[in-house]
Design a protein around this ligand. Structure first.
Ligand code: BES
Ligand code: MN
Ligand code: ZN
Length: 491
């Protein structure tokens, strides 16, 4: 991650100013508009302030960039984040080493200076993200962007605190993206366990159960899915006692399928490679732990990650099998490709047993969710209006958005089984909801919300703040904000 600082005045010979639709400038832009080259440029009509358009003016001793911010009335924090991403990428591409960015004085309805600084910094760090560790060709030795000053006119200490928050959130998001982008032959259950154990904080305790310990504890549903794989499963437990008291923790549970071929109910070949991303729920949980430990957030959080591959070995679980779970409920397996809910059953039952204040789970659970919501929103379901409302609000604020789907009790009938307690598929109709109904059987009466990130966890085309494509880190910004709100509620 490049260096980002807060400044109150010009520091380098490269300055970036916003220009609004109709060529309007903010105060900082106005302060340089009389310089000859800039005056010429502004008079030329070359830049009308259209959102996202970037133009550079070359002077003898300085360079000035104008980036179109569009119509001020339409500007949002997400548009600001995306603008910062765009300009950082452009500066990097043009071999600019250092720059002063004057985007924080754009007025955005309802946004404080701290909100804007956080969005700009997140945009820069996330926009510059790349995943190129496996490209062995030596890259041409090109100067890259190494430092940015966010120039502000306002409370410096608030801006600096916002920058620290952005840094923890970006580093958590990047951690999640890296885990997601690693290929399945590298990011195995064992690797996830090592990555979890490597997160360190004086108030964090991580336990990684290997196969023998999983057998001993009785996570039998996880073991059933693991039967088709030649590599061992892992069950990761993270206990972060940030509040330093005995308050019940918030439990975060993440699906850690390091590769999902579908098992005996094998998936089609097209895009099967993308099933390396089927551990993005666990990546979100690990990214959140990275962020909140970097922030030392005063809150207690329990992390639970079941991890395995879903393959087709000779011992693989089969359609028709009945699996007894850790909780004791039995599952009739009708489709081995509905494996996420099977392994989550043990993780949710374990989490519920720890008596958390609430449970939030993250899973790339259903193709149906991709069809319903696409890449723009994570599917939200659960039994607790409080958690759902909190997540909806955090989603709006962070633009890591969620959309609720109903869990009417009638949907539960779709997973009734004639010969076991429940079956692992409820048919094609309402596939995202019936998957959530399945999960609901394992959380008892603990307040719970389920996040189906199947459509949001990765994007092969790239997004405005994840231009390289691949894993997005969905869920990290969302739930870090949610936990920050929880932490400030109690203190
Ligand atoms: N990991 C998949 C869900 C998925 C598919 C996520 C495509 C993102 C893109 C999950 O394990 C799965 O295969 N679900 C099945 C369930 C079905 C068999 C009831 C699905 O959605 O097709
Ligand atoms: Mn599957
Ligand atoms: Zn899966």
């Amino acid at each position: 991650m490049i260096q980002i600082s807060i400044a109150t005045s010009n520091q380098s010979s490269m300055s970036v100013y916003p220009i609004l639709e109709g060529k309007a400038l903010t105060a900082a832009g106005k302060s340089v508009q009389s310089e000859q080259a800039i005056a010429h440029f502004l008079a030329s009509g070359e830049h009308h302030g259209k959102y996202g358009i970037i133009r550079t003016i070359y002077q003898a001793d300085a360079r000035t960039v104008f980036i179109g911010a569009g119509d001020l009335g339409k500007l949002t924090l997400q548009k600001l984040r995306a603008l910062a991403s765009k300009v950082a990428l452009k500066l990097n591409k043009n071999s600019v080493e250092a720059a002063d960015i004057y985007l924080s004085e754009l007025d955005i309805d309802g946004a404080s200076l701290a909100n804007k600084v956080q969005a700009i910094a997140e945009g820069i760090w996330l926009g510059l993200y790349t995943f190129d560790t496996y490209q062995t060709k030596t890259k041409e030795d090109k100067i890259q962007l190494t430092s940015v000053n966010i120039v502000i006119d306002g409370d410096e200490s608030k801006a600096k605190a916002a920058l620290d928050t952005a840094k923890a959130i970006a580093s958590g998001t990047i951690f999640a993206r890296n885990l997601g982008n690693e290929p399945g032959n590298v990011c195995t259950p064992e690797y996830l366990g090592e990555q979890a154990a490597a997160l360190s904080h004086p108030k964090l305790k991580t336990t990684v159960l290997d196969k023998a310990a999983i057998e001993k504890t009785g996570f039998t549903a996880l073991l059933a899915v693991n039967q088709g794989s030649d590599i061992e499963p892992r069950f990761i437990v993270m206990e972060y006692n940030g509040a330093g008291n005995n308050d019940a923790p918030i439990a975060l549970v993440g699906k850690g399928l390091t590769f999902d071929a579908g098992g005996i109910s094998i998936k089609p070949a097209a895009q099967m490679d993308e099933m390396k991303f089927d551990m993005c729920g666990s990546a979100a949980v690990l990214g959140i732990f990275k962020a909140i430990t970097e922030m030392s957030l005063p809150i207690n959080v329990l992390g639970v990650i079941p991890s395995t591959e879903n393959l087709l070995g000779g011992s693989a679980y089969k359609p028709g099998d009945i699996v007894t779970t850790y909780k004791g409920l039995t599952i009739e397996v009708l489709n081995t490709d509905a494996e996420g809910r099977v392994i989550l059953s043990d993780a949710l039952a374990y989490a519920a047993e720890q008596n958390p204040a609430e449970i939030i789970d993250f899973a790339t659970l259903t193709g149906a969710c991709v069809i319903a919501l696409g890449g723009q929103a994570t599917g939200l379901m659960g039994n607790s209006d409080d958690i759902k409302q909190g997540l909806i609000a955090s989603g709006q604020k962070t633009h890591d958005r969620v959309w609720e789907m109903p869990m009417f009790e009638e949907y539960q009938e779709q997973i009734d089984s004639k010969i076991a307690d429940i079956k692992n598929t409820g048919g094609r109709e309402a596939g995202t909801i019936t998957a959530a109904c399945f999960l609901s059987r394992f959380v008892d009466n603990i307040p719970w919300a389920h996040l189906d990130i199947a459509g949001t966890a990765w994007n092969m085309k790239g997004t405005d703040i994840s231009p390289v494509g691949g894993a997005t880190g969905a869920g990290v910004r969302l739930v870090v904000d949610y936990l920050q709100n929880k932490a400030s509620d109690v203190s």
